[in-house]
Design a protein around this ligand. Structure first.
Ligand code: HEC
Length: 199
């Protein structure tokens, strides 16, 4: 009898520990299953919508008024554009950018997000992989991480002192006095898009 009680107590204990873990520690869903592919597709669609809108506006700001004009836009009105574009995403889908070296402190990766960022960074540095990682937080809640790398144009606002556009960076530093997002080189790992999907 005592053994049975012990066994039941043990089983309940184990179940509790595991369910507690599964709440805190999102699981990476197995590669190439249908769900994973579907989530990646939805995430890419959202990134294309948001990224496309930003790229268009950024290039037009650079060609009309140069990098300082673009810097003013990124530091201020880009948040309004983001709100507008986010409204066009399907219900249940939201998107943000995260990094370990933030310009905007709101974009600093949480401890949990940082673990995935480091995983993406290792994959990127090992074999230039820009593959996404999908995490399942609960039965109907997914998070898709897509790496972001540094291109030549990014260096104007995120590069080292010698390569940055001075005027643009003066504007940026006024808006983000605690900026950590500089010193990057071409093809560095910069952070990730994090697409949150609730089904
Ligand atoms: C004209 C200046 C400018 C250029 C060019 C630029 N950025 Fe930024 N970047 C900014 C500003 C300003 C912010 C802060 C925006 C905010 O408040 O979310 C930012 C924020 C970011 C963030 C969010 C994380 C953080 O540090 O707050 C990422 C990721 C990022 N930039 C990547 C890039 C990449 C990749 C490129 C090149 C394709 C690029 N940036 C080009 C000015 C620039």
């Amino acid at each position: 009898m005592q053994t049975i009680v012990k066994l039941i107590t043990f089983t309940i204990g184990v179940t509790l520990v595991f369910s507690a873990c599964s709440n805190n520690q999102p699981t990476e869903i197995s590669k190439n299953n249908f769900e994973e592919k579907e989530m990646k597709k939805e995430a890419l669609d959202a990134i294309k919508v948001v990224g496309g809108a930003f790229q268009k506006t950024l290039s037009s700001k650079i060609s009309n008024g140069g990098l300082p004009n673009a810097a003013t836009f990124c530091s201020t009105n880009s948040h309004d554009l983001a709100q507008e574009v986010f409204k066009t995403l399907p219900q249940g889908i939201s998107l943000k950018r995260i990094t370990s070296k933030p310009r905007n402190p709101n974009n600093k990766a949480s401890k949990e997000e940082l673990l995935v960022l480091n995983q993406l960074k290792n994959n990127f540095e090992k074999n230039q992989s820009l593959d996404m990682i999908v995490k399942q937080k609960s039965p109907n809640h997914y998070q898709v991480y897509k790496p972001i790398k540094v291109d030549a144009i990014c260096l104007k606002c995120h590069g080292t002192n010698t390569i940055r556009d001075e005027k643009a960076y003066d504007i940026i530093l006024k808006m983000y006095p605690t900026d950590k997002a500089i010193g990057y080189a071409l093809n560095d790992f910069r952070g990730a898009f994090l697409v949150d999907i609730i089904k």
